[in-house]
Design a protein around this ligand. Sequence first.
Ligand code: GLN
Length: 484
Amino acid sequence: MHTKTIAQLIEGLRSKEFSSVELTRHYLQRIKERDGTYNSYITVTEEAALAQAEAADQRLAAGDDSPLCGVPIAHKDIFCTTGIRTSCGSKMLDNFIAPYDATIVENYQKAGAVMLGKTNMDEFAMGSSNETSYYGPVKNPWNTNCVPGGSSGGSAAAVAALLAPAATASDTGGSIRQPAALCNLTGLKPTYGRVSRWGMIAFASSLDQAGTLTRTAEDSAIMLNAMASFDAKDSTCVDQPLEDYTAGLSNSLQGLTIGIPEEYFGEGLNPQTAERVQAAIKVYESLGATTKSISLPHTHLAVPAYYVIAPAECSANLSRFDGVRYGHRCDDPKDLADLYKRSRGEGFGDEVKRRILVGTYALSAGYYDAYYNKAQQVRRLIKQDFVDAFNQVDVVLGPTSPSPAFEFGAKSDDPVAMYLEDIYTIATNLAGLPGLSIPCGMVDNKPVGLQLIGNYFAEGKLLNVAHQFQLATDFHQQLAPETA
Ligand code: GLN
């Protein structure tokens, strides 16, 4: 059962090949037997999962036609879940039981999906390797000496190790697409505002967006159908009509123009990764698409602008963790200042502290104009690069990540090397555009990801372009060793 895609599981449930309870038990058993190796889950919600599966079986028996009814999924531990610990990978929230569900959690519940548990992640979603979690690093199912990517590394490892058919995730600068690339998955970050952020613990609010990690583009479309909604509780959620994202999957790519940004193939890109991406371009040409070389001239400024804006927003967002209202509180504080200092000092890890310090500095009087305002101006230029590009092409194509998965510790002492992991993904967040990563081959038995970036609200087009590639290739069907 565990090798099936969501589309196949839906068929199996409808044809009564297996029940949701049987399917859910099967996944729970696999998690028990195997997750010791990967550490992809922080919390497994066995009892609640079985109760939801029973309810789903009743709905199915009564003829419920919600596609995800009875399908087990996992949620990144950044999404609030009523009555269940929501840790965000941090000691700060190790004791936090959310009093409400995130909108997307509620959406999946309404759809009848079954929650298997909450997945591991970099602390407060800051990282590209899943090495900063309070609950320990996550291992890449393709090579357990290597990182799965971050920050949604737990969601990615769980799906790649077949410990969940799909998982939710979040992407502030690449955290869905980069782990998708490193774990041979399809990772979709929708347009900013397409999916509610309500109940998703905030890192950098103008960049954060929820999305999915699945094994195929078709599964991403099915997952996005249930996830996307207008939500008045998130003031940045856009009231755009909902579409059926599976409807256009089979459209032909004849006449499609794909833009290849020259800046995405320069220095720093692993030559073998570049070869795999070039080979993917040939596949698209054989499918009837035309390619066009384009320029995104401000690409080199994306990482520096992001590492001012994201820390600035995080320093404001994380000020709520003060030891007073919820989260970690130090023992025996002497006075209020001591309570703040020690609660925050003990509750946050090094990377989170580094971001808070950088952000507070960038926002302080005297530096605000030099750093924060300047970074916002650069952000506008980066957005304009894409607006100009989408006047000429339908989608933009490039690598997702500069190289395949690296070994544990390889970049953890060098924050700048780690930050450069997201060099091809960050601009998309700064511009608020949708982006997707799909498998396009292997280098040294490690997966390589191909990134596709679409215009605003062009998720349907992106999924179509990804699905057609997956019909023509079998990279996405390759499973990590010892998982089948
Ligand atoms: N790696 C980037 C960072 O550390 C992006 C993280 C993310 O998308 N959540 O901030």
